[in-house]
Design a protein around this ligand. Structure first.
Ligand code: TXA
Ligand code: MG
Length: 307
């Protein structure tokens, strides 16, 4: 067994444990234990109106949380699970209010990570927000979790995560299906499976459909801005660019590899703070340049210092 039984025992006792997923590290608690979930909110300093995603180790566990699995959800599950796609369902009344922040829907995903799947299978479906202090960049390494919650915090170390930005959130519980949070699974990929167009919206009747989307999030201390052709010799700025001839420790070149930028973005945010950079300047991206581009633009826009 790859997961240390100590962590399994902690969850069984109602404690919280951070674990890796393919996107970012999650802060796990038994989805049926109210006091464990309370610890998640307290540890993160998370606003109580922001609902949590239930992480399952197989689609058979959905039935404990959702009243039904619509045909469209079934199609998405067959194509994308396990993987970085969270689906919103109409919830069963037994689901704890602390999980859904009082909404009548519940968010569920099956992560594509062997340690996560083993951990959930050995314990219970786990709620797992990103394992960072609220407002900080999501953790993509175990060290990031320890940075936020302390050296002794229980975290299952799976190394660096392979996607790096949080899952796509799609809402099929409403009459008009919508993507509530872009991720590495693109709107186009989802539309191809469903055979229909789907809107991308954060608001519904002027209320955020996904409460988390109203928070700015993801901010390092360094000022994040879009690159406007500044002088690359400015040593107090970390540059994340697509092309440049300049070779310097503060200039990182991605050459169109946006999957790598997604994998590294939050680590670069944290690196900038460790190394004392005052700002991070990122070359603008076109939303249709890759599947993950809209998610990157969303996360960078939320981190921009002038918003
Ligand atoms: O990739 C991920 O999804 C990561 C890893 C750990 O799995 N988790 C994650 O969780 O990003 P968190 O809590 O940081 O973000 C969950 C998002 C929030 O924007 C929240 O508002 C939204 O999902 N959400 C959860 N339940 C919802 C619901 N019933 N209706 C609408 N939005 C919901
Ligand atoms: Mg988060």
């Amino acid at each position: 067994m790859a997961v240390d039984p100590v962590y399994i025992e902690l969850i069984r006792q109602g404690d919280i444990v951070a674990f890796p997923t393919e996107t970012v590290y999650g802060l796990g608690a038994d989805a049926w234990n109210p006091s464990a979930i309370q610890k998640v909110f307290e540890t993160k300093g998370r606003p109580s109106d922001n609902p949590l995603i239930v992480h399952v180790s197989g689609p058979d566990q959905i039935a404990d949380f959702a009243v039904d699995v619509p045909k469209e959800a079934q199609q998405l599950i067959e194509t994308f699970w396990p993987g970085p796609l969270t689906i919103i369902f109409k919830k069963r009344k037994e689901v704890l209010d602390a999980v859904t922040a009082g909404l009548d829907t519940v968010a569920i995903r099956m992560p594509d990570h062997p340690l996560a799947l083993e951990f959930i299978a050995a314990t219970a479906p786990l709620v797992a927000p990103s394992a960072n202090t609220s407002g900080k960049p999501s953790p993509t390494r175990a060290e990031h979790v320890r940075e936020d919650f302390g050296e002794d915090f229980p975290v299952i170390d799976g190394g660096a995560t392979k996607v790096g930005v949080e899952s796509t959130v799609v809402d099929l519980a409403d009459d008009d299906p919508a993507i509530l949070r872009p991720g590495s699974i693109s709107r186009k990929e989802i539309e191809e499976v469903l055979g229909t167009d789907i809107q991308e919206t954060f608001f519904h009747n002027e209320r955020p459909r996904s409460p988390g989307q109203k928070y700015s999030h993801y901010k390092p201390k360094a000022l994040v801005k879009w690159y406007e052709g500044e002088n690359l010799n400015e040593p107090s700025t970390l540059f994340l660019l697509q092309d440049s001839d300049v070779k310097a420790p503060n200039v990182i070149i991605y050459s169109g590899d946006l999957d790598r930028l997604a994998r590294e973005l939050y680590d670069r945010f944290r690196q900038a703070d460790h190394e004392g950079y005052l700002s991070i300047s990122i070359q603008r991206l076109s939303p249709d340049s890759s599947n993950v581009a809209p998610a990157l633009i969303d996360r960078i826009e939320r981190a921009l210092s002038y918003k």
